[in-house]
Design a protein around this ligand. Structure first.
Ligand code: NAD
Length: 297
């Protein structure tokens, strides 16, 4: 069977994850183009498949300005950049692997669903938990009636404290006005799970949370705005000390790549590049003095 040809839009963390999996499944997938403003990220994916440098685009709009060039588009841009590329890709007749959350409003989700129906294209949303053996087993047990009729589901999005500090205090999802509320950014997995596990419409959902810990009132007395400024009185014991978290722990390759962004160049970032990021980006901020506003529990 001919492999499915694929365009990747957004060659960051997720885009690279999909490309890497597809590169291991060559008989099934062939990535033929990529779009990302960061040439190093495009190059990471281009190298995996060996397509021409001309097929590395700087912006998803550049790809959509071309005639349809593949079967499938992977949309792996950040949360507030799903709707527009999704609609245009559907309009051009691409099937989609669309990263969660689908979009930022109910109306936008409805638009995507209706347009896909109209065009007869398929949209697979990356609710990846459905495909894990653990949740697959839970689903099967529930469907087999192992616990009788399901009356309610308590779903806890237990984000580890280190992941929370990285992504929701310092990183992409730290501010709901700039990105999406955590209920969409993270708990859309829970909402999907509830719906999927039930196998029938869910009548009512309640969600609780607020921001209480990662606030400036909890900053240790004398803590500098940035860990790298030095002189922090709790630097030896603070689990969020960015020098320890990103710099000393050489094993954190993914995180080191993430915080150095465009200077990653596909290779493991050097200590100098990591230190530069910690001095200049939000990843170097004290977690109690960052610009975060999303709930932390
Ligand atoms: N399914 C899951 O379990 C899961 C897990 C993590 C993240 N996500 C979702 O995946 C999406 C991407 O997250 P990420 O961690 O890979 O983010 P990321 O910041 O690592 O990657 C986003 C990429 O989009 C690129 N980009 C920016 N503007 C662009 C443009 N105009 N055209 C093309 N590319 C552009 C950026 O340069 C960046 O490389 C998010 O919506 C996130 O919520 C899903």
């Amino acid at each position: 069977m001919k492999p499915i040809s694929v365009v990747i839009i957004g060659a960051g963390n997720r885009g690279e994850v999909y490309a890497t999996h597809m590169a291991k499944l060559r008989e099934q997938f062939q990535v033929v183009a990529v779009a990302d403003p960061d040439p190093a990220r495009c190059e990471n994916i281009r190298r995996l498949f060996g397509f021409s440098e001309d097929a590395c685009y700087q912006d998803w709009r550049d790809i959509m300005a071309q005639p349809k060039m593949a079967d499938l588009v992977v949309i792996a841009t950040v949360d507030n950049m799903h709707y527009a590329p999704a609609l245009q890709a559907i309009e051009k007749g691409y099937d989609l692997l669309l990263e969660k959350p689908v979009a930022q409003t109910v109306q936008e989700c409805v638009d995507i669903a209706l347009e896909a129906q109209k065009k007869g294209v398929r949209v697979l949303v990356a609710h990846v938990l459905r495909y894990t053996p653990f949740f697959g087993k839970v689903k099967k047990l529930l469907m087999d009636g192992a616990v009788g009729e399901v009356m309610s589901i308590a779903q806890v999005e237990a984000i580890g404290n280190d992941h929370y500090g990285h992504a929701y205090v310092r990183g992409n999802w730290h501010n709901e006005q700039e990105s999406t509320p955590i209920l969409l950014a993270k708990c859309c997995h829970d909402l999907d799970m509830i719906q999927w596990l039930l196998g029938k419409p869910c009548r009512r959902v309640q969600s609780f949370g607020s921001l209480t810990h990662f606030v400036k009132e909890n900053a240790p007395a004398g803590a500098p705005k940035r860990c790298a400024d030095g002189g922090c009185p709790v630097s030896d014991t603070c689990p969020y000390n960015c020098l320890d978290f990103y710099y000393a722990k050489q094993g954190h390759v993914v995180l080191r790549k993430k915080i150095t962004g465009g200077i990653a160049k596909g290779s493991i970032p050097t200590d100098e590049e990591v230190m530069q990021a910690l001095k200049t980006t939000d990843f170097g901020l004290c977690v109690y003095q960052a610009n975060n506003n999303v709930p932390d529990h």
